[in-house]
Design a protein around this ligand. Structure first.
Ligand code: FES
Ligand SMILES: [Fe+2]
Length: 448
């Protein structure tokens, strides 16, 4: 349970708020590279409570500027892209990617008025087929080269705007138990009602291993964030679920299976959930260039106006939304199962204080070898360049937990699970039809 003031400290993201200032120390993805093209060279963006316009000049440069033209306030997303920047639709003032007014064509010849006009502009950079923005103080850090974003291979991205605060999305990643209940039990119960028998059984088999009864959970703070571990069903501490686990990248990213999930705060009550999927090239496959990486903006609702709920990420999104626009943490009742959530709130509070005191928070990258790739541990993952699951983490031993909790290991069974065998689980390659970037249950809402 938090006080109202504590809840606001962790959830509000506007300029000048503690969490807003902490969030401004990190690069955030705002859309896909392929979303900005000749047809749609501008896009209205809202990020950390600020309205902005993203554009790509005809010379290929990206800009992220305040939306209103300072002349007489026309929205610059209606402007015309030119080699030097974007030209306002109304009277033709031209702005470059740094927010400088570089042309006021109808002012008298020799006028130097334009030199006095500048608008707000933020840094933008591309990586792995995504466009990232940085809204913090200079000098800007590097965009971390997380493995699935930086490795050679095939990527696709999709996003969804969710009507809820970013923190309830991220807290979900510090809550391993939800897999047993939200995905395996409620998810199974839901699929039993909306899917034909074969698909229902495939779902239940695919979810049964990670969603088995949770007996122990543990969290270890690392340089990049947190490693989360679970001991489930009849598995031992030798299982990848316990030894390897998977990371939460501070402050708002999850690395799991074959991708990343970014929970980007649009404002206090809206979150951009942006998902990256990665897989290795198949032999002879054409090289994918970043500008060609598919990017899809998905709707929360299906064609009947119902919230989509028939794949894992969609079920997470349902859970976050039904907590309300900003979860009321002043009346919540946390149990032993919530040790990770409590630990993560402390981390956020501490790192916000680091920024308040003029320091640099954790997981800000400045000195990396820019060609390096940050390879992250992830259970049951087939790493590029290795023949066996686990790759460089094959023999990893679980680190000392920062916090852990022993759970009852109890659950509730669905009749439809009777006689079903757990499906094999390998992430990263398409060997079994399960676990690849084309894996239907994890994130592709279309392949059911
Ligand atoms: S409003 Fe933009 S040039 Fe006049
Ligand atoms: Fe989940």
């Amino acid at each position: 349970m938090l006080t109202q003031a504590q809840n606001e400290r962790l959830t509000q993201v506007g300029p000048g708020t503690p969490m807003g200032e902490l969030m401004r120390r990190y690069w955030h993805p705002i859309t896909g590279s392929s979303a900005l093209n000749d047809e749609t060279p501008t896009k209205e963006i809202r990020l950390l409570g600020e309205d902005l316009v993203l554009f790509r000049s005809t010379a290929g440069k990206l800009g992220l500027i305040e939306p209103s033209c300072p002349h007489r306030k026309a929205n610059l997303s209606y402007g015309v892209p030119e080699p030097e920047g974007i030209r306002c639709a109304y009277h033709g003032w031209l702005f470059d990617e740094e927010g400088n007014c570089v042309d006021q064509p109808s002012e008298p010849a020799g006028s130097r008025f334009k030199e006095k006009v500048k608008i707000k502009a933020y840094k933008v950079q591309e990586m792995g087929g995504l466009i990232f923005a940085y809204m913090g103080p200079e000098p800007a850090p590097l965009i971390p080269r997380w493995d699935v974003l930086a490795w050679e291979g095939k990527r696709d991205h999709w996003s969804m705007e969710l009507p809820c605060n970013w923190l309830q999305c991220q807290e979900n990643s510090l809550d391993p138990l939800h897999f047993q209940w939200l995905h395996r039990y409620w998810g199974g119960w839901t699929m039993n009602r909306i899917k034909p028998t074969e698909e229902r059984d495939a779902w239940n088999a695919a979810l049964s291993s990670r969603g088995a009864e949770h007996r122990k959970i543990a969290f270890e703070i690392t340089d990049y964030g947190v490693i989360k571990r679970r001991l489930v069903g009849d598995e031992t501490e030798e299982s990848d679920h316990w030894r390897v686990g998977h990371p939460i990248l501070f402050p708002n990213i999850l690395r799991v299976s074959h991708g990343l999930e970014f929970r980007v705060p649009i404002d206090d009550t809206t979150t951009l959930h942006l998902i990256t999927n990665y897989r290795q090239y198949n032999p002879g496959e054409t090289i994918q260039h970043d500008i060609d990486v598919p990017f899809e903006e998905r709707s929360l609702y299906d064609e009947n106006g119902k919230i989509v709920r028939d794949y894992v990420v969609a079920q997470d999104q349902v859970a976050w939304i039904i907590q309300g626009p900003i979860s009321d943490r002043t009346t919540e009742r946390l149990g032993v199962t919530d040790v990770g959530v409590i630990m993560f709130r402390r981390m956020l509070d501490e790192q916000a204080r680091v920024v308040e005191e003029g320091g640099e928070p954790m997981n800000v990258h400045r000195n990396d070898d820019e060609n390096g790739v940050i390879v992250l541990p992830c259970e049951f993952y087939m790493y590029p360049g290795y023949d066996e699951v686990g790759g460089p983490f094959k023999d990893t031993v679980a680190g000392e937990p920062t916090v852990e909790a022993i759970l009852s290991g109890e659950g509730v069974k669905l009749a439809e699970w009777e006689g079903l065998k757990a499906a094999p689980r390998v992430w990263g390659v398409d060997t079994s039809g399960l676990g690849s970037a084309d894996q239907p249950w994890y994130s592709d809402g279309k392949a059911h």
